[in-house]
Design a protein around this ligand. Sequence first.
Ligand SMILES: Cc1cc2nc3c(=O)[nH]c(=O)nc-3n(C[C@H](O)[C@H](O)[C@H](O)COP(=O)(O)OP(=O)(O)OC[C@H]3O[C@@H](n4cnc5c(N)ncnc54)[C@H](O)[C@@H]3O)c2cc1C
Length: 404
Amino acid sequence: MDFNDSPEEAAYRDQVRAWLNENAPKPRATRPDRNTDLMAEGKAWQAKKASAGYAQITWPKEWGGGGGTQIQSVIFGQEEAKFGIAYPFFSIGLGMCVPTVMAFADEETKKRFVGPALRGEEIWCQLFSEPAGGSDVAGLRTRAVKEGDEWVINGQKVWTTGAHYCDFGILLTRTNPDAPKHKGLTMFWIDMHDPAVEVRPIHQMSGQSEFNEVYFTNLRVKDSQRLGAVDDGWKVALVTLMNERLAVGGSSGPNYREIMELARTVMDGDEPALKNDAFREKLADWYVQAEGLKLTRFRTMTALSRGETPGPESSIGKIISANQLQDLSHQAMDLEDQYGIISDSKMAPMEAAFQQSAMWAPGLRIAGGTDEILKNIIAERVLGLPGDIRVDKDLPFKDAPTGR
Ligand SMILES: Cc1cc2nc3c(=O)[nH]c(=O)nc-3n(C[C@H](O)[C@H](O)[C@H](O)COP(=O)(O)OP(=O)(O)OC[C@H]3O[C@@H](n4cnc5c(N)ncnc54)[C@H](O)[C@@H]3O)c2cc1C
């Protein structure tokens, strides 16, 4: 493991810092105009990064990217995070959907879509999960049937992040129910503004609606919108999912330092809560976990720095950080006593950061692979334990038991 930047990496970090100092928007919390339209601001920032080659650092220059390395991309992300810049709209499109389009679409389609996505002008979503296909996404039922040069699509997706503001999406469908579940899928790109696509936002306990149900009723797409071969959509989906796994980084949200600050100011009887032995024990656990995560991230960084692809052990990071975020947020709400139930950022301590993260953490434990699925990955691919039992793997999809 190597803890230091190489001379080239250090030089790149300096260059990035100088550019960010010059160009980065001020953190929202410290600005009087913090209620400005986040989407408009995000799009402007994306366009600025694109013009400087920082929008997608690893993409080839001919597609508007930076022509750089994965480690440079991580360095930029680290430095950008220090400026408190967080626009959530582009990561799924640029990190997962558009790379899939770049890998499987024809030249004309790539020319049409890559530039506008990179500049933040058009936003993409990932339409994979369904009520019957989440962890086991190959169990999905949205049906695409060929009619002449078109496909007619009917079905439903769920948990589609950003579908309510997205312009395009990549959609995984079932085209051959007679084949085993992984072998009868086909991927398409679709226009989210088509009237045959109905987006219904899901109301979350935080009061926000970040994801959606999406219904397709006789949606017609051209065969030229197909990504990859007919019935070979699993291969295409794996490219999308591999890009998801490559996304390096911990969870956003408060950490052990912030709860320590809170415990200095909140009283437990006659003393600050920080003096409480039981709380100090918890704090020590979170600190140890945070150090372990830091070292795991260094391991990933070292692999990237050597031009290697990080292994399945990066799954450990998400399990630990998501669980810690949930645990720490609940503890903070307990410390805040009656203020703990107030989620109004104007009234609750620390602008309700812990209340917000308590509501977000359960989602983090599910998105991009649940705790159990990530543990299966670690068990099978890191520890070499026997594989999960997959009874329906080779059955024709139409004969797989559904429980209904
Ligand atoms: C914040 C958020 C954003 C999301 N964004 C998107 C998006 O943009 N696009 C998209 O397509 N999807 C999205 N998803 C959906 C996400 O991919 C699924 O929720 C996830 O894959 C889990 O699937 P599921 O919800 O159907 O749960 P299920 O797969 O039904 O799991 C239910 C429970 O069973 C457990 N389980 C399942 N299989 C196994 C097994 N083999 N061994 C042990 N335990 C098992 C799970 O761990 C879980 O506890 C998002 C989800 C969240 C929370």
